[in-house]
Design a protein around this ligand. Sequence first.
Ligand code: NAD
Length: 298
Amino acid sequence: MATIAFIGLGNMGGPMLANLIKAGHGAHAFDLSENALVRAEAAGATRAASVAAAAGAADVVVTMLPAGQHVRAVYMDEATGIIGAARPGALLIDCSTIDVDSARAVAGAATDAGLRMVDAPVSGGVGGAEAGTLTFMVGGPDDAVEAARPILDCMGKAVVHAGGPGTGQAAKICNNMMLGIQMVSVCEAFMLAKRLGLDAQKLFDVSSKASGQCWSLTTYCPVPGPVPTSPANRDYQAGFAAAMMLKDLKLAQQAAASSGAATPMGSMAESLYALFCNQGDAGALDFSGIIRMIDGQS
Ligand code: NAD
């Protein structure tokens, strides 16, 4: 069993840490939030006084932070960062969803310091973090990914090695760009059907077995009825919050701009989710709730 430093103990990191401890690993935990630290101690972790103190006490460092600027600072700050404080040969695993450029910059700095690092963003949400059923999309060299696999297995059900540094983040944002575009397309189809006098259940019965079939239709159907477990049946309580979808669509657009990829539908989906999230507290609703805006009812 490893001694793990876990930094970033929020909605995702808290339950992920708990699953590592349940699997028998020792853990030194750090977060800026006192409440998060209290919860981590209750789960069995040792409270660390700083990022560097946690990293210096461990063989493996796992981070679950909000965005690229937090990851760059927590890893690369010369005086207080993980890379300066980590033990020789330590394995660094960043599970945050961040921009590809930051992921590659941090991985490069870690490699230069003689450390092994992978980017390992997740899908599965808070429910998956609690149940230990996350899917990890992992970017990094073969040896680092194989070293990370048994740690990730304690928190998830699937570990996919996507390629070199940054490709875990690339897989995550490409997938979620598809998802965002598909959800908008499914919402538009149901609203068009409504205006044409076609019953929602009938459209579902046809399209779920025809070429319009996709996850946004068959698992997260944005109208109440056809899929009883979808957020539409509970007034669009998330689920996967619209604000999270907007974050991922912004990352996709940032990556498209820096790599020269044309993603006109991704750009349109980003604009629509930005408009939706600007409407009161719509950002907290499930991302399928954008059907209200598309229907002109929000
Ligand atoms: P969160 O805001 O609940 O948690 C982030 C934690 O990081 C907070 O507790 C915060 O105090 C801590 N933090 C920030 N800066 C810090 C620093 N310098 N040092 C130490 N701790 C610091 O966010 P979350 O929902 O847990 O999401 C974390 C990451 O996971 C994000 O990148 C998000 O996009 C990704 N993600 C979230 C979900 C989800 O459903 N919540 C799903 C998939 C991926």
